[in-house]
Design a protein around this ligand. Sequence first.
Ligand code: HEC
Length: 432
Amino acid sequence: MLKTLRLVPIVVAIAASASAQSVTFTKDVAPILQRSCQSCHRPGQMAPMSLLTYQDVRPWARAIKQRVMDRTMPPWGIDPHIGLQSFKNDPTLREDEVEKLVKWVDAGAPMGTAADMPKAREFDDSDRWHIGKPDIIVTSPKHVVPAEASDWWGSYYVNTGLTEDRYIKAIESKPGNTAVVHHLLTYAVDAEMGDSNGDDSNGDAGEFLNEFAVGKNGDLFPEGSGRLLKAGSKIKFDFHYHSVGKEMTDQSQLGIVLYPKGYAPKHVVYSKQLGQPTEPLDIPGGSTYVRSDGYTRFNKPGKLTAFQPHMHTRGKRQCIELIYPDNKTEQINCADWSFNWHIVAVYSDDVAPIYPAGTVLHVISWHDNSANKANPDARNWVGSGQRTIDEMGFAWITWYDLTDEEYKTEFDARKATGAKRTTNTAPGLQPQ
Ligand code: HEC
């Protein structure tokens, strides 16, 4: 008897602390969804369901738990356990936010008190250019996306009308219809290219310009840096359209702000396909992990500002590393690949890898041609090629060259701060 009595207060104490910590939709979950999910998950946007209200969200609770735990939502891809981890555009949820969402789902997804609900997020007027008034606006041809059809990957080429070489100061891609534009990448290509409108190839060489991603406001190059747009060049619009059960038309735009005539920025920013596989790809039907390697040597010192893997439907994962002239090797990043998402990871200024002349970029890609992978046909042998059903394995790298002097100055400055910004343990040129 005495024993039971003694237990009572303890049980009450536990219950009280559990309720104090209980996680609710209005208090804990809604703020996370507003910041990290609603840019895509609201009516008229690309995601399949809205996550605005409790009623919208409740049926998806278990799917949300799964997608935030396996880190496929929000889409990003960069492996958080390897290499550099400081980006300008990383949408990843923090560990404690993932825990909160999981806890909420495990507790039965309670709504909580209405008074705790934060004010609805207001979304930006999508007609507005975030980069200021563009000097040039290039518009893609009208594309009709049927109510029901498989996804469409393809390119359109449009003239810029530019008659002299100019430098780009800022650039922004703006889809006409965000419900059906899954991704839009833009490239500058030479005048003679692009007679293949509607072709599904991704592989024509070109200068990668800009990517549209939901919630992204365009690229403003740091003062004194910019990208060359050659006279007569064309814009290649590279689309992934997705049907949404209703016929829709899209016509997208690229806006470009130029530096004044005659002005040449100190640093010219390049984006190119680097580290093409050294051997033609040879991926047997049913194979799980086939590796390919590619190498590109940088003849000048430089700073690598962004990384985007590029593979096709058999792509699984890609890693990049730098092999310095003294043969030390440093892992820069690894990213899981999904053909649904083409994501450019932009390094924060203070960690963007710098390297001396003679450094080799090593691109390592893994291809999966097994039945587990969303795969057009796991029985087929797959090789290198331009079509979506062929395979690729290179990286889009954005960088600018430095002089030896600039490289040394920045190297010394980073060393002096002593900040460790990478998970790597091997000594490399990132300050340890
Ligand atoms: C960049 C746009 C974007 C963002 C940001 C985003 N999603 Fe998604 N989400 C999508 C798209 C598109 C799909 C459908 C394709 C897919 O599954 O990859 C999807 C699918 C999902 C699914 C699976 C639905 C199903 O049919 O099973 C869940 C769950 C989900 N998202 C939850 C979230 C959560 C939670 C967040 C925020 C933490 C989030 N998403 C952020 C675009 C986005």
